[in-house]
Design a protein around this ligand. Structure first.
Ligand code: COA
Length: 252
């Protein structure tokens, strides 16, 4: 489907989804979103896949949505994009998800971790959600999930002021389960996913639903965000910011 996402199923019921576009810091294209969504859909459909691990490359989990893609879509908007279809799938996935975050995790690279059941980070992890800085609005239900996790005031710093979180800060806020040395990170995430995969599936699924709370509210939040995102993406201020990054110039 795309050479930029690799999928490996382990014998113990764990599926490893690895982002592999290092020349663009693992920025996500439509084809990559489609591959990730399909990986989750297949996991839910196959009883043999009992946990999914997301990983990136050394020093980079993901730089978020490909910004040139955003710019190309600004006329058509955000509705029914591969990104939105992936986000919807993230919220509805029943298979436990684990993230192994090494290095940069920007935009959806950070917000996807809010949907994961366990999150591990290397000391080099840097999480950032600079939507507003880019003239956009939060996505992936982060405007709902992040305040729930860290409180509204801290969420305001992260989502409005685009505050960057290093590994210790993310751990301190409860956004990360543990900080693990880079060379052991993916193995640790796989091992924890293996523990989830070995649990009785019925008890795991029922407990997971209880822990995660009201899915309707998560879905309502991500749809409301998508409408606002769609409007902002067409705005001159977003165009200016996205162009500024891609041309490396400063906005006026
Ligand atoms: N979309 C498209 N291309 C991206 C990208 C993105 N989100 N993030 C990085 N790239 C590209 C750069 O344009 C550059 O391409 P080039 O070599 O053809 O010029 C390449 O990846 C390397 O990026 P660079 O900025 O040189 O690396 P860095 O280590 O100095 O900085 C980041 C890494 C992630 C801090 C920086 O690239 C960045 O801020 N990216 C944008 C992140 C973002 O805003 N994401 C969307 C949030 S909604």
């Amino acid at each position: 489907m795309t050479e930029h996402v690799s999928i490996a199923d382990r014998g113990n019921g764990v599926r490893l989804v690895t982002l592999d576009r290092p020349q663009k810091k693992n920025a996500l294209t439509g084809a990559m979103y489609d591959a990730m969504r399909t990986a989750l859909e297949e996991a839910d459909a196959a009883p043999s896949i009992r946990a999914v691990v997301f990983a990136g490359q050394p020093g980079m989990f993901s730089a978020g949505n490909d910004l040139s893609d955003f710019l190309a879509r600004s006329g058509a908007g955000f509705s029914e994009t591969p990104a939105l279809r992936f986000i919807r799938q993230l919220a509805r996935t029943e298979t436990p998800m684990v993230a192994a975050v090494d290095g940069i995790a920007v935009g959806i690279g950070a917000t996807l971790t809010l949907h994961c059941d366990l999150v591990y980070a290397s000391p080099a992890a840097r999480l950032r959600m600079p939507f507003v800085e880019l003239g956009l609005v939060p996505e992936a239900a982060s405007s709902y999930l992040l305040p729930l996790r860290v409180g509204r005031l801290k969420a305001t710093e992260i989502l409005l002021l685009s505050e960057m979180l290093d590994a210790d800060a993310a751990f301190g806020l409860g956004l990360v389960n543990a900080v693990i040395p880079s060379d052991m990170l993916v193995e640790h995430a796989l091992s924890q996913a293996g523990r989830l995969a070995a649990l009785p599936p019925g008890a795991l699924a029922a407990s997971r639903r209880l822990i995660r709370g009201d899915r309707d509210r998560v879905e309502a939040a991500l749809e409301a965000e998508a409408r606002a995102f769609d409007a902002q993406l067409r705005s001159p201020e977003a165009q200016e910011r996205l162009n500024a990054f891609l041309s490396r110039s400063r906005p006026a």
